[in-house]
Design a protein around this ligand. Structure first.
Ligand code: MG
Length: 277
């Protein structure tokens, strides 16, 4: 099932995409509530709203907790990151950081270039998974049961802010730096572990082309690692890292500028297109 959050007649609703329109799931006030309760295709109402009449928002527009992210989870991206800045290295453990998301940007929305604080805005196309139920001390072999679904995240980053503060958090958390969507596809539509092609184009030029089978740390590792001492709440978004080809990987770097169009694609999930203002 493909699930969306959308605006219709000035009301924010969640629903499922069907061939005949959007089936609104009015019993849920938010996607996070839907995730906690769970939903099956059998529960869809008869009602349909034409897709042309809705404005699709990010699937979780205002995450109740920071989005969790993996850094340097593709070998080829690890190489380009270390070349860009000596602090961007991964040693024997996964790199985790979080991203503050006051409001996730929808497909079609704007990424602010924040020229007053950065001139190194960069893109990172990623597949993220959403935790389906509270996870605490979940062993790797049971991790699959905790995956609700998948979406696309563009982990937009201000590189000089990311590197100068030791922690990645601030450089990843500027307003509008988390485009997400266009939908959440439920986990049953993918194998586990998923093998999802993920690509990024800037102004039509292909920059990134990877597959989630290249993840160094997979979902099983991540859920086992994080939940060993911390409860992962249902609805948590965990973005699994980006393949090579980000702007900082080029010599000279190709950072984003006002007017650029960034298109992130993931097979079976969709296309997330945003412009830089
Ligand atoms: Mg990233």
């Amino acid at each position: 099932m493909k699930l969306i959050t959308f605006l219709w007649e000035e009301t924010e609703l969640v629903g499922a995409l069907t061939e005949t329109g959007v089936a609104p799931l009015r019993q849920f006030s938010s996607m996070e509530e839907l995730i906690r309760a769970g939903v099956s295709a059998a529960e869809l109402p008869a009602e349909r709203i034409p897709l042309s009449e809705v404005r699709v928002l990010a699937p979780i527009p205002r995450p109740s907790q920071d989005v969790l992210c993996l850094g340097m989870n593709f070998a080829d991206h690890t190489t380009e990151a270390a070349r860009f800045h000596p602090t961007m290295v991964r040693e024997s453990y996964a790199v985790y950081f979080s991203k503050r998301v006051n409001e996730a940007v929808a497909d079609g929305g704007a990424i602010d270039s924040h020229p007053e604080v950065t001139d190194q805005v960069d893109y990172e196309a990623e597949v993220a998974f959403i935790v389906g139920k509270d996870a605490y001390r979940v062993p790797a072999e049971r991790a699959r049961e905790y995956v609700f679904g998948y979406t696309i995240v563009n982990d937009v980053s201000a590189r000089e802010i990311q590197t100068r503060h030791k922690q990645f958090h601030l450089g990843k958390s500027l307003d509008t730096f988390t485009p997400m969507g266009p939908c959440i596809v439920t986990a049953d539509e993918f194998a586990f572990p998923p093998e999802i092609g993920v690509r990024c184009f800037v102004n039509g030029e292909k920059r990134q082309d990877g597959n989630t089978r290249q993840w160094i740390y997979g979902i099983q590792d991540v859920i086992a690692d994080l939940s060993a001492g911390m409860t992962l709440r249902a609805g948590t978004v965990i973005s699994m890292g980006t393949p090579a080809g980000v702007g900082m990987g080029f010599e000279p770097p190709k950072f984003l500028k006002s007017g650029d169009v960034v298109r992130c694609e993931a097979d079976g999930i969709g296309i997330l297109t945003n412009f830089v203002r």
